[in-house]
Design a protein around this ligand. Structure first.
Ligand code: ADP
Ligand code: MG
Ligand code: ZN
Length: 477
């Protein structure tokens, strides 16, 4: 029998607000344990939370960016459970009325677009972090992360493979980056996801029982977890077993998952309205104002690059997926003066190579859109060679500033002037009669040699295309 895999994701993204969600503690990663804490985020009796307005704004922005409707009147609820990283023994979240719901994002996979439903986006607080140290018998707990603001983005069970899930995660990540509400640093856990998987016989319209996996720490890990779980369920069904709704723990190192608990229901958490916080009210004008702050999003960009600028789908996706790269590209195209295709080549080759190798953002160097456009248009007009362009680029990202001066100092100006090149060509032909005869006798590769001699005679500064043109003209006479 053939099976179909069904995937739904719950993505938690840490918001990059300056302070935590209910207190004034700093929202920062990697500081000394238990230094970014106060009586509020450690749940001391007698303290009261105050909602950070920015958290609501950021979540509304994400709602807009994912085509959700915004519930401008909503509330917060307590989700009760005990765990040592949760000093209050409840997490403030949103239960029945989330801030945003009924949205969607379009993902691209193998050149095809697919719409994935967003069930809801709600705000909530993060818990602390357990530290397991070999030098210490037992566990330690760091409360710095308590009260770090999160949004949880719940998808519909609309994905049908691990590849679709990966494309969905990549799409969410680039949206979060574009609207600048999360650091999206996977290695710091700023995006985490719970992965829900079920399988069903192909053609069936009913869903099978879902298994939820925790401890998925990377997008590639999510793919491995989905493939593993889907196989595990298919094998169980083939043996005649039933699938239980349960929560399993993904172990990426082992490439396996393990039963954590049979599935708890929402009622187990005794959700009730948070009595220490009032109703959230976002005036419609504010909702609209936040909408107007949403920039052009990756999908729209990719479509524009392909349709209006003539880039290939792959190149368009590669540029749009990286925000600094994309900003530079957009700025160059806006300035104009050279072809978008050439800008794309430079951004995807030299600029990306530099960023990958140094780990630096181009904005940290002297390279600006103006400078890159200048380099490219100098090449396009034949004033410098492509190779000289690369040399200038290197100089600029390593602290150089004045392109004209670099060209002069390094003697990079290309000779494109007809009469100057004609002189070089004539000199070369005069002392290479044998190659001229060879060519005319049918040995056409003598052409390359002669052009090479011209380049050599000009110390590499002659425009090679012009040289070739003039040499050919003479040979064909
Ligand atoms: P819970 O808090 O119990 O995990 P949520 O409603 O927050 O429940 O999330 C449920 C997630 O499970 C959603 O992402 C949804 O798309 C997914 N899901 C629901 N049914 C299935 C199914 N049959 N197969 C795979 N995923 C599913
Ligand atoms: Mg869940
Ligand atoms: Zn605090």
């Amino acid at each position: 029998m053939e099976y179909e895999t069904i995937v739904g994701l719950e993505v938690h993204a840490e918001l990059n607000t300056k302070t935590k969600i209910y207190c004034n503690c700093k929202n920062a990663f990697g500081l000394e344990v238990n230094t970014q804490i106060c009586p509020i985020c450690t749940g001391m009796p007698g303290t009261l939370p105050t909602l950070n307005e920015k958290v609501v704004e950021y979540a509304v922005k994400m709602g807009h960016a994912t085509n959700c409707s915004i519930n401008n009147v909503c509330k917060q609820d307590r989700k009760n459970y005990f765990y040592p990283d949760l000093p209050k023994a409840y997490q403030i979240s949103q239960a029945d009325i989330p801030l945003c719901e009924h949205g969607y994002v379009d993902i691209m996979l193998n050149g095809e677009e697919k719409r994935i439903g967003i069930t809801r986006i709600h705000i909530e607080e993060d818990a602390g972090k357990m530290l397991h140290n070999d030098a210490f018998q037992g566990s330690l707990v760091d409360f710095n992360r308590c009260g770090v603001p999160l949004i949880e983005i719940v998808s519909e069970p609309d994905m049908r493979s691990s590849a679709e899930a990966k494309a969905y995660l990549d799409t969410l990540k680039s949206i979060l980056q574009y609207i600048d509400i999360s650091d999206c640093k996977m290695e710091q856990g700023s995006i985490r996801c719970d992965v829900n998987v079920s399988v069903r016989p192909k053609g069936s319209t009913e869903f099978g029982k879902r298994v939820e996996m925790k401890n998925v720490n990377s997008f590639s890990g999510a793919m491995r977890a989905i493939d593993y779980e889907s196989n595990r369920q298919i094998e169980a069904l083939e043996r005649g077993e039933e699938i239980n709704q349960e929560t399993r723990r993904w172990d990426d190192a082992k490439g396996q998952n393990f039963l954590l608990r049979t599935k708890e229901d929402a009622q187990d958490y005794r959700y009730f309205p948070e009595p220490d916080l009032g109703t959230i009210y976002v005036p419609s004008e504010k909702v609209e104002e936040l909408k107007s702050q949403i920039p052009e999003l990756p999908n729209a960009k990719i479509k524009r690059y392909v349709k209006e600028l003539g880039l290939s789908q792959t190149d368009a996706e590669l540029i749009a997926e990286n925000l600094p790269r994309c900003r530079l590209f957009d700025e160059c195209v806006k300035l104009g003066g050279c072809s978008a295709k050439n800008v794309s080549n430079w951004v995807l080759a030299d600029v990306s190579k530099y960023m990958n190798e140094t780990g630096k953002d181009i904005a940290e160097t002297n390279l600006t859109a103006e400078k890159l456009v200048k380099i490219i248009s100098l090449i396009e007009s034949g004033k410098i060679s492509n190779n000289s362009g690369k040399i200038i680029f290197e100089e600029i990202v390593n602290g150089g500033d004045d392109i004209d001066k670099i060209i002069e100092d390094k003697g990079l100006a290309q000779i494109s002037d007809d009469s100057a090149i004609e002189k070089i060509v004539n000199d070369v032909l005069a002392v290479n009669q044998k190659s001229v005869d060879d060519y005319r006798g049918g040995k056409t590769n003598a052409l390359g040699f002669l052009v090479g001699q011209c380049m050599k005679a000009s110390k590499g500064q002659a425009n090679p295309a012009k040289c070739k043109e003039l040499v050919l003209k003479y040979l064909e006479q």
